[in-house]
Design a protein around this ligand. Structure first.
Ligand SMILES: NC(=O)c1ccc[n+]([C@@H]2O[C@H](COP(=O)([O-])OP(=O)(O)OC[C@H]3O[C@@H](n4cnc5c(N)ncnc54)[C@H](OP(=O)(O)O)[C@@H]3O)[C@@H](O)[C@H]2O)c1
Length: 242
């Protein structure tokens, strides 16, 4: 590997949008670390990407398990000494219940992965991202995290009201804003991506977009040039209202 090769970690990269983000970053010449909580699924996805010519390596990481996160950070430190791109993609959608009846237990589990997991992974890896010449952090959010869209009765997703999922993505957006502000005088850019409604296992393969379309916003943000934005929320075609 050339010392100039950029190194990207994608969490939840064994399938769906995460696997496709890894594929497209690999096609752009990055070394991709295929983050997955299950070794079998992670190795299989890694081999698929390798067979397509991507420089892919499996990294075990369960975003709900602090010791797994720390072990992944140690491995990346000893193998590369830095991390250029972190795509916080791993996510779950566990319910369809509105706020009046949502199970607290399910809401907490949703936040564990979609919010606290991202915070924990990012905090553990930030020392390595600080060593990059141009760090990029992409938090894979959702249009369902946009309070502006969800409070607009004319929005097409107004009625989509799974409380825990939507709130976890709004909280994730708050993390993006807070971290980007802290890092504004560094080489690190932090943004939220809205993939758009994409057919994956997360939604019973019901979305109108293809998985390559769903990966586009995250890939663009992962490859931002040095004069690109930070602290924003973007879908493939441009900014999204918070
Ligand atoms: N699909 C959409 O329409 C859509 C729209 C907006 C936003 N998003 C967001 O896009 C991201 C990817 O979703 P997707 O649609 O590609 O869903 P998916 O096909 O269900 O993939 C989710 C991925 O996250 C992983 N994951 C879940 N919990 C994890 C944990 N604790 N540690 C590590 N990995 C974990 C899963 O691993 P396992 O295989 O081990 O379960 C899987 O690889 C999510 O953040 C989702 O909220 C999706």
């Amino acid at each position: 590997m050339s010392i100039n090769n950029r190194v990207a970690l994608i969490t939840g990269a064994n399938k769906g949008i995460g696997l496709e983000i890894a594929r497209q970053l690999g096609q752009n010449g990055l070394t991709v670390l295929v983050g997955a909580r299950d070794a079998g699924r992670g190795e299989e996805a890694t081999q698929t990407l390798q067979s397509e010519g991507v420089d892919a390596r499996f990294v075990a990481i369960d975003v709900n398990d602090q010791s797994s996160i720390e072990a992944a950070a140690k491995t990346i430190e000893s193998d590369f000494g830095r991390l250029d791109v972190l795509v916080n993609n791993a996510g779950v959608a566990l319910e369809s219940t509105g706020a009046s009846e949502a199970s607290l237990e399910v809401v907490r589990r949703t936040f564990d992965t979609n919010f606290f997991g991202v915070v924990a992974v990012t905090q553990a890896l930030l020392p390595l991202i600080r060593k990059s010449e141009s760090g990029r952090i992409v938090n894979v959010s959702s249009g369902l995290g946009s309070l502006t869209q969800l409070s607009d009765p004319s929005n097409q997703y107004y009625a989509v009201n799974p409380f825990g999922y939507n709130a976890s993505k709004s909280a994730l957006n708050a993390f993006t804003v807070s971290l980007a502000k802290e890092l504004r005088d560094t080489n690190i850019k932090v943004n939220s991506a809205d993939p758009g409604y994409t057919a994956t296992d997360l939604n019973g393969n019901s979305g109108p977009q293809t998985i390559p379309e769903g990966a586009q916003s995250s890939v663009t943000l992962a490859l931002l040039p040095d004069d690109g934005p930070t602290g924003g929320f973007f879908e493939a075609k441009g900014p999204v209202a918070w």
